[in-house]
Ligand binder design. Sequence first.
Ligand SMILES: [Zn+2]
Length: 400
Amino acid sequence: MRTVGPSAARPEQIRRHNLSTLLRHLHLHGQVSRSELASLTGLNRSTIGGLVGDLVDLGVVSQRSPTRNSKGAGRPAYVVVARPRSVHVVAVDVDVDSVQVAAVGLGGDVLGRVRWQLHDGNRSATAVVDDVVPAIRQLTASLPHSHRVGIGASVPAMVADPSGLAVYAPNLDWSDEPFGELLGDRLNEPVLIGNDADLATLAEQRRGVAAGLRHVVCVLGRVGVGGGVIVDGHLLRGARGYAGELGHMSLQADGPLCHCGNHGCVEEYVGEAAILRSAREAGLEISALATLFEQAERGDAVAGEVVATAARWFGRGLANLANVLNPEAFVASGHLAEVLRVAEPSVREGLERGMVTIGRAPITLLQGGIRDASLVGAAELAFEELLAAPDLLGTPRPAS
Ligand SMILES: [Zn+2]
């Protein structure tokens, strides 16, 4: 990893870039010795010493005094560690049936959390904002010495870039709701919002099974099927922010009708409702996927075939994505992690049947499972401004 900017960059740009690299590393990986930081960044020890000193002055990291190695010989190792309560972000996760609001410290620890259920009376965008605002105030009051550096929100909706309009959230019955703006106006602070599956993908790539990978596709099975695409370390957003609707990739032009109006969408083969439907068609009296997976694992042939069929379709969908995107790994999460766990050979069978580059582009299949993934992703989104320019901490933000 090179951290020196282009030769034309001004010294303060180079310094910002290097501070950003260091703080990002400490945020994601916890404590690191100064010599490890030097080898990770390619910078010399005295430069690292100066940069760490700057981060200490900003209040966001601390250094532990040198500890001698076992025999007391050799150079003492300064350990650098992020100070979790020095700064925090607020992450909001609006799910289909509940809302979570959390204060998340530098390093990713949850410092406080408020959660409530959604019902018909409090599910509208304005009602959610009305409940989120006091929850944020309560969390902020509990952290009097911590500086808030951002607010990020996850919504189960298509989200337009860069306005943050929640365009379509079928499960909340929201349409064209300026959720981020409504919340930001109430708090007098900008709010970044993202699609829940995109943010879950970000969480898996920052802190989950795909940590550190540069080319990853995450497919998330919940009520619907969604996903996110990471290309060269960055979330793929597309021209308007709508990239990643993996559940509505059509596998069969004359397949079953999907609620989106198209036929044969991935969701119609591997979504929760679709798998339960094929279980019933196979004569199984099952109302929860967990029961189906359990029966398949116990060796029930009918349940096993229902799961294997879904797994082969899932593999087919992955093959299309592999042909277009050439990722290092796929992450299956939600109930699709279970499909992969129970029937990986069938997922691979579908993948290999549809993939033109098989053998030349080996792909790792991973079961995602980071807890509260969308919430974690919303926190990472909110930390981005600080991590990109740590030297601006505490300076007034330009009016947006
Ligand atoms: Zn569809």
